[in-house]
Design a protein around this ligand. Structure first.
Ligand code: 9G3
Length: 568
């Protein structure tokens, strides 16, 4: 491709709305352009990268034996009413009416569609298992689209669905997808972790794993062991529950003491010279509109996903301060798990404490020398907290948990019969009995991968594309298009490399060298050939974008050297 023919407008400055480096660089390098909030056009260079990601995904999906489909984005509301999800999802589900005023949803995902499709095609165990996938545009009306392609309202997803006659079959499908995801993200050159995850709203009876690209701006937090392969989304990660119990020393009797104005942990720590680990924190939540008290150690945080799971509640949120005082008769800041009429859930780590300080449920008063096993109502005890950096690994006996931020790029779920039940996807088994198909679903954020790659592969001058995803493999830059010798050599190289199947971009614009180099650094094609004054001696300069390593080589060695570099 000649750059004089390519629609590519680079920007020197980052547009104000771009907050993260991947968004800034993709806008500046002319890979994407925003049409509306969270809605983007892929310009030629961006489209070429997107297509390469798609191709890797398609190649690995096909290798699992999955069949590629393309399902509609327009989904009749009836299907979502049949699955019971039409009213579960709010404004995030984009809804439209057709010319006959019939309701449709723009597909955010395709469980309903695929299940309604397969229930009509499969009625015998002989036709199972089925594994189908598509690479297709999804619509989710995010309240706050941001970070460019990372959280957009229209995005490209690979979504696959498996249908089995048995749970063992689902297990096989799940792990074959799991391994395919490992190959896909490895081929994309991503630094990623597969982590145990929380099934969340999608529900389903089985496990679920998320694939996380490590990145500081990632919205998710993962905990991974520095010794074994334990890794989990923070929502799901568990501490070593056999934390040694502090000796049940015959501590002093718990006693009330005056703590005027000391409402927060920090104020108490400051004035009483104690550590947060010695505090007992009671928080009030609303679980399906019922108040509940959750008690954790002062240095720990409540893990709302865990509490929600244990209570089996749909809605779960922190209670407002007047609900708090109504439910406990105390002002917030002095709440304690004493004499409450609401359920009290206590985290394991509190039970292990021998002596702590807790609110006394009375303005300006706390209790000290609280010994939970002696003084507290421990009818409900569970793992209710976020793990912390340095917690012991729950799996191996010597590792510690480290926390990382991650971008979710893939998610695999065991759905079980949740959708086959709702939508009547049944089959006749070998004995002629009607059974529910057992499903799994498997997603990859194809467009989101572009952002994850840039977050992990850039420097102060721009993006640095891995060879497998680069919009072009080689960037030829003639220093002066007016110099016929240089241009002739550049043209010969351009044709010779393309004749050998190398994807080449040539900067044949009448621009100053500095402009060409800045644009080349920004766009991030991994290998650059500079045709300059050495052309007279039959030599060019080869530059590695990632390492900035430069080598001057003779024209006759270029092709071999290039093929070496891009096959690396
Ligand atoms: C909706 C809306 C947003 C949604 C969903 C439904 C997320 C929804 C979960 C999934 C599960 C898997 C197949 C590919 C992998 C992920 N956001 N989910 O179901 F109506 Cl508005 O999409 N689906």
């Amino acid at each position: 491709m000649r750059q004089s023919r390519l629609l590519l407008t680079t920007l020197r400055e980052s547009p104000a709305e771009a907050e993260v480096i991947s968004h800034q660089l993709m806008l500046r390098a002319g890979f994407i352009r925003q049409l509306a909030a969270g809605v983007y056009s892929y310009m030629p260079l961006g489209r070429r990268v997107l297509r390469k990601v798609e191709q890797i995904v398609r190649d690995e999906m096909d290798r699992t034996g999955a069949g590629e489909l393309l399902m509609p984005a327009l989904q009749p509301a009836e299907l979502w009413q049949e699955s019971g999800r039409y009213d579960v999802y709010g404004p995030e589900l984009m809804r439209i009416q057709d010319r006959h005023d019939r309701e449709f949803a723009l597909g955010p995902t395709h469980e309903e569609v695929i299940t309604s499709l397969v229930r009509n095609e499969v009625n015998s165990y002989r036709k199972l298992p089925v594994m189908l996938y598509q690479i297709q545009t999804k619509f989710r009306d995010e309240r706050r689209p941001r970070f460019g392609l990372l959280r957009s309202r229209e995005f490209l997803m690979k979504d696959a669905y498996s249908f089995d006659a048995s749970w063992e079959g689902l297990d096989q499908a799940y792990w074959s997808m799991f391994k395919a995801y490992h190959r896909i993200f490895t081929r994309c050159g991503l630094n990623f972790r597969a982590v145990e995850a929380d099934a969340g709203a999608i529900g389903g009876e089985g496990g679920t794993h998320e694939f996380m690209a490590l990145a500081d701006i990632g919205e998710d937090t993962i905990a991974s062991c520095n010794c074994c392969d334990y890794a989990a989304n923070l929502e799901k990660a568990v501490p070593r529950s056999m934390e040694k119990s502090e000796a049940l020393t015959a501590a002093d009797k718990m006693e009330k003491f005056h703590t005027p104005g000391l409402r927060t942990i920090d104020q108490l720590v400051e004035s009483l010279q104690i550590q947060p680990q010695g505090m007992i924190k009671t928080l009030i939540y609303m679980a399906d509109d019922q108040p509940v008290a959750v008690v954790v150690r002062g240095d720990h945080e409540v893990n709302e996903a865990k509490v929600k799971h244990i209570l089996g509640s749909e809605k779960f949120e922190i209670a407002s301060s007047d609900t708090v005082s109504k439910a406990t008769g105390a002002p917030s800041g002095f709440i304690g798990p004493w004499g409450l009429t609401i359920p009290v859930w206590v985290d394991y780590a509190v039970v292990q404490m021998s002596s702590g300080i807790a609110g006394a449920n009375e303005l300006d008063y706390h209790y000290r020398h609280v010994n939970p096993r002696r003084d507290m109502d421990l009818r409900h005890v569970a793992d209710l907290r976020n793990v912390m950096e340095g917690d012991l690994c729950p799996r191996c006996d010597k590792g510690e948990l480290k926390l990382h931020r991650g971008i979710e790029i893939g998610h695999v779920f065991k759905l079980g019969t949740k959708y086959s039940e709702k939508l009547g996807a049944t089959f006749l088994d070998a004995s002629g009995a009607n059974q529910m198909m057992i499903m799994g679903c498997y997603g990859i954020g194809v467009s989101r991968i572009l952002s994850a790659i840039v977050e992990q592969n850039h420097d102060q001058n721009g993006m640095i594309w891995p060879h497998a995803l680069a919009p072009f493999q080689v960037h030829i830059i003639p220093i002066s298009v007016k110099d016929s010798l240089q241009m002739q050599m550049a043209e010969d190289l351009y044709n010779q490399l393309q004749d050998h199947g190398v994807e080449v971009l040539m900067d044949d614009r009448e621009e100053r060298p500095g402009v060409k180099f800045k644009d080349s650094d920004l766009v991030g094609i991994p290998v650059r050939i500079v045709v300059g004054k050495d052309a007279g001696h039959g030599k060019i300069e080869l530059v590695d974008r990632r390492t900035s390593n430069k080598e001057t080589i003779h024209i006759k060695d270029v092709e071999r050297r290039i093929l070496e570099l891009i096959q690396q």
